[in-house]
Write a protein that binds this ligand. Structure first.
Ligand code: NDP
Length: 332
């Protein structure tokens, strides 16, 4: 089987040279373990942080070892009472074609209720990030204005739709005209701004005549900076991500937001989705309900083939994905 190792800590934007595909034997499960065949691999911006050395909320990847992320697989062989051959499971598994894991490291997903890949996107980590970050920190109220950056991505697209469900006016910021049309025409955003072709501060002012009550931050940098002067009193800013700086070699500049936060008594709070792990069941249930009622839509950009996993990861930083970026290794 093939496995993908990290062989260099990337300097700046990662390239293929930072990874190596290696051949390895397929292990056999022992008592309490299962052998899983990889079906779908989640590629995520946060993995870039794990490629650096240093302290963070998750351990850095080790050099010359397999990279891991959320994976959907199917049980090939089980030496566990809890799993049978054919079960579809989710776990934090390696970028490899087969994995042997302890039964505690995986959980079954119902791929008849929703397509299996949805457990990596709208019903999985990115959907839950949107749900808890927006509702617990952003707390959008009816009639308020919510701005979300990275709006056409996995987290951002769900944030905007939940804000609409809660009766807010929603403005998205994203990086292509196709994404802007998707946000407005498919997802019902009230306005959307292409940060690559438009003057963001000016466009935001036009799109937010009543100011901004919630800014869901996914990208940081100049896009984030453009939002702060428009904050209303008691605005809330869930800080979810800052992808514009993940490949910076030097420290990022700013944001110099203190004045704006003081003037408006606004609340800015970073978070990781793991903070809400005890409530994932509740979040997933509500997201699934909105999905089945047709109130929530989701998109996936699926890259076919294990051999293209690295491309799919690198594409995140080029904005190639609409919705969740997923690698499909094999049919279920
Ligand atoms: P996305 O599906 O949004 O994919 C990344 C997107 O980021 C790209 O499609 C691209 O869209 C945009 N992007 C890339 N480079 C830049 C740049 N330099 N400036 C502005 N936008 C850029 O990924 P996710 O939804 O998985 O993640 C979104 C954010 O949320 C990330 O910052 C991620 O780290 C964070 N996150 C945080 C979690 C937490 O627990 N706190 C959990 C999950 C995600 P475009 O075409 O618009 O540029």
């Amino acid at each position: 089987q093939k496995k993908i190792h990290l062989i260099n800590r990337p300097k700046g934007t990662p390239t293929h040279d930072d990874f190596k595909v290696v051949e390895a034997p397929i292990d056999s499960p022992e008592q309490g373990e299962v052998l899983i065949r990889t079906k779908y691999i989640s590629v995520d911006p946060y993995l870039r942080g794990r490629m650096n050395e240093g302290k963070s909320y998750v351990e850095p990847f080790k050099l010359d070892e397999v990279i891991s992320s959320a994976v959907i697989g199917q049980v090939e062989e089980s030496k566990s009472d809890r799993f049978s051959k054919g079960d579809v499971v989710l776990g934090a598994l390696g970028w490899q074609e087969y994995s042997v894991v302890k039964e505690d490291a995986i959980r079954k997903v119902d791929h008849h209720q929703a397509p299996a890949s949805a457990y990596l996107s709208v019903l999985g980590m990115t959907g839950l990030t949107a749900y808890f970050g927006l509702l617990e920190i952003g707390k959008p109220q009816e009639g308020e204005t919510v701005v979300v950056s990275g709006a056409a991505g996995a987290v951002g697209s769900v944030v905007g739709q939940i804000a609409k469900i809660k009766g807010a006016r929603v403005v998205g910021i994203a990086g292509s005209d196709e994404k802007i049309s998707y946000l407005k025409d498919e997802l019902g955003f009230d306005a959307a701004i292409n940060y690559k072709t438009q003057d963001v501060p000016k466009a935001l002012e036009e799109a937010c005549p009543n100011g901004i009550d919630v800014y869901f931050e996914n990208v940081g940098g100049e896009i984030g900076d453009a939002v702060f002067p428009l904050l209303n009193n008691f605005a809330r800013i869930p800080v979810c991500g800052a992808i514009s700086s993940y490949n910076n070699v030097d420290q990022d500049l700013g944001p110099r937001v203190q004045g704006h936060l003081i003037k408006t008594s606004s609340l800015m709070q970073g978070f990781t989705v793991g903070n809400y792990s005890s409530r994932f069941g509740e979040g997933a249930k509500e997201l699934a309900g909105w999905l089945s009622e047709g109130k929530l839509k989701y998109e996936e950009t699926v890259t076919e083939g294990f051999d293209h996993t690295i491309d799919a990861f690198l594409d995140l930083f080029k904005g190639a994905n609409l919705g969740k970026a997923i690698v499909k290794v094999d049919e279920i």
